[in-house]
Design a protein around this ligand. Structure first.
Ligand code: PAF
Length: 272
């Protein structure tokens, strides 16, 4: 795997590269990220990943500073899993960066209590897309809103990029893999698995999908000690609240804090 340790190093070599599939990350890699590299292998491009903790997308300085870092292990994992190129941008990536304003959809779900979060995400991705010029990009659907916003951003800005969404990878307990899981105590990690339990129970009773069912599951998490940011049933394209499971698929999405660790998860209920 070829490692580029700065933007200028990448710029000086990029013209020699063949067509690329891009898997952007903030590092602290786990099986969820590796499943995206595996997905990339199904396409006929070389694979490039990036590791960059983007401070523009953090609302709290503390959250940015304590974001887990494990560069050496990450490099080893990418190498072992067949990634061809790794970009490790230096802070010059932020020089003269165009600040992107995400669409109003960014103010729903994760954007409600994290103003500017998706502006920061799209700002850095816009820079990456222009720098790397990938043919294909791969995003995990655990961050469903991010996946949706990036998908729309690519179309609106006429990038010639195909986007693929990777399914959420879970621990045996059901807990969705996330770099933030490393910040959970053993007890909280066990409690955290109840998010998926709640989502699954909604799936099992989806013929009765209504506000009360969602509120009950939200209260169940609150009683377990979660500080629930949102627990929503919504249309997967507009992200507007919806319980119309007889008309279309419905996204059930959750964000909740355990201590000071923020976790997100979602499932897509298929139309009845
Ligand atoms: O999902 C992430 O890890 C980040 O939001 C991303 C896409 C790497 C942009 O910083």
């Amino acid at each position: 795997m070829k490692i580029y340790k700065s933007i200028s190093e990448f710029n000086s070599l990029k013209d020699k590269l063949s067509e690329l599939s891009f898997v952007p990350t903030m590092g602290n890699l786990h099986a969820g990220h590796l499943s995206l590299i595996d997905l990339a292998k199904q396409y006929d491009n070389e694979i490039i990943s990036s590791i960059y903790v983007n401070r523009l997308q953090f609302n709290e300085k503390g959250d940015y500073e304590k974001y887990p870092k494990s560069l050496e292990e990450d490099i080893e994992l990418l190498e072992m899993n067949g990634c061809d190129h790794l970009l490790l941008p230096d802070e010059s990536i932020l020089d003269n960066i165009d600040l992107i304003k995400a669409s109003p959809k960014s103010n729903k779900l994760c954007g409600k209590n994290r103003p500017g979060h998706f502006d920061g995400v799209l700002t850095i991705l816009n820079k990456f897309f222009k720098l790397i010029k990938p043919k294909l990009v791969i995003f995990g659907k655990k961050d469903y809103q991010q996946y949706l916003l990036v998908k729309e951003f690519i179309v609106e800005n006429n990038f010639n990029i195909e986007i693929i969404g990777g399914n959420t990878i879970r621990e045996e307990s059901g807990l969705a893999l996330s770099s933030r899981n490393n910040l959970l105590s053993k007890k909280n990690k066990y409690l955290a698995s109840h998010i998926y339990k709640a989502l699954n129970e909604i799936n099992l009773s989806k013929e009765n999908l209504n506000e009360e069912l969602i509120t009950n599951k939200k209260n169940y998490l609150t009683k377990l000690g979660f500080d629930v940011d949102y627990f929503t049933a919504c249309d997967p394209s507009t992200l507007e609240d919806s319980f119309e499971i007889y008309k279309s698929d419905i996204l059930i999405a959750v964000a909740a804090k355990l201590g000071d660790v923020r976790l997100i998860d979602n499932i897509l209920l298929s139309k009845l």
